[in-house]
Design a binder for this molecule. Sequence first.
Ligand code: HEM
Length: 290
Amino acid sequence: MSSPGSSSLAAAGAHAAPAAGRYYRRFTRTERILHSVLMLTFVGCALTGLPLLFSDKPWATALARLLGGFEVAGAIHRICAFGMLAMFACHLVTLIRRGIANKSILGIVWGPDSMVPQPQDAIDLYKHVKWFLGRGPQPKFDRWTYWEKFDYWAVFWGMAIIGGSGLLLWFPVFFAKFLPGWMFNIAALVHGEEALLAVAFIFTIHFYNGHVRPERFPMDTVIFTGRISEHELKHERAVEYERLRREGRLAAYEAPPPTLEAQVWGWFVGGAALLLGIVAIVLIVYSLVH
Ligand code: HEM
């Protein structure tokens, strides 16, 4: 993230480092696959769910017709929903497996590799705001910044709420055996509203973090290639770089530079998602104000 002014331009220039040089692994293959499944299934759910939510709008009926009708859209929605829930379960399993492999279940909820917010995140946020206002130096970050953790938890709880309410809508006969009828009305309401919030959040804030902020413009492909250059690591994750260097663990993360194919693939998938996101936001805003 950057403040207005020359320092942000300097940061943007710094990001455009040559492809040669040292690279480090930031995401494992499993993490990259799970993120791709999440992207694909989220876009699938959004494309097939939004026509239901805005079924009185001409674009919604046109989109549903393009997908093969509302019934087919509902079927695709369930397939994507299943994929998304399976991805979520795999993510939880990988967290536990990592905790066991590192012999530290506590490491899942505490420490630099944890996504759980910690006091340092509040300090970083405070310093960042001060820097935005030109009242202090730019803070240095560790493996995860406070806004990356915010993105993660928005999706994590969103999964639980959208997934939970979606399962109620999917299997009403089963859940009606032990849940009162009003829960289904609430589930329908919560599912639609939370889905709208999730689409708005992912296609604006999350995409801003990945594509538009000065250090990343016009595209951050790290989630597709899994690699970060030494230059980026030193400048954008200075605390992590120093920590790994001090602990003598830097070499263990060294990796070959991303291939051209991986970079092109990242640009293609990221660009397609960005385009879809912009179209979705325009349609949603248009539908809400008309
Ligand atoms: C992850 C698990 C999910 C499950 C189990 C699930 C399940 C369902 C089901 C069963 C329906 C009713 C479909 C029909 O009537 O044919 C539905 C509707 C809908 N879903 Fe999902 N869904 C999930 C995720 C999502 C996601 C991620 C989004 C958006 C990004 C989404 C957006 C919607 C919308 C907008 C509707 C229409 C709601 C309405 O008509 O008020 N769903 N979902």
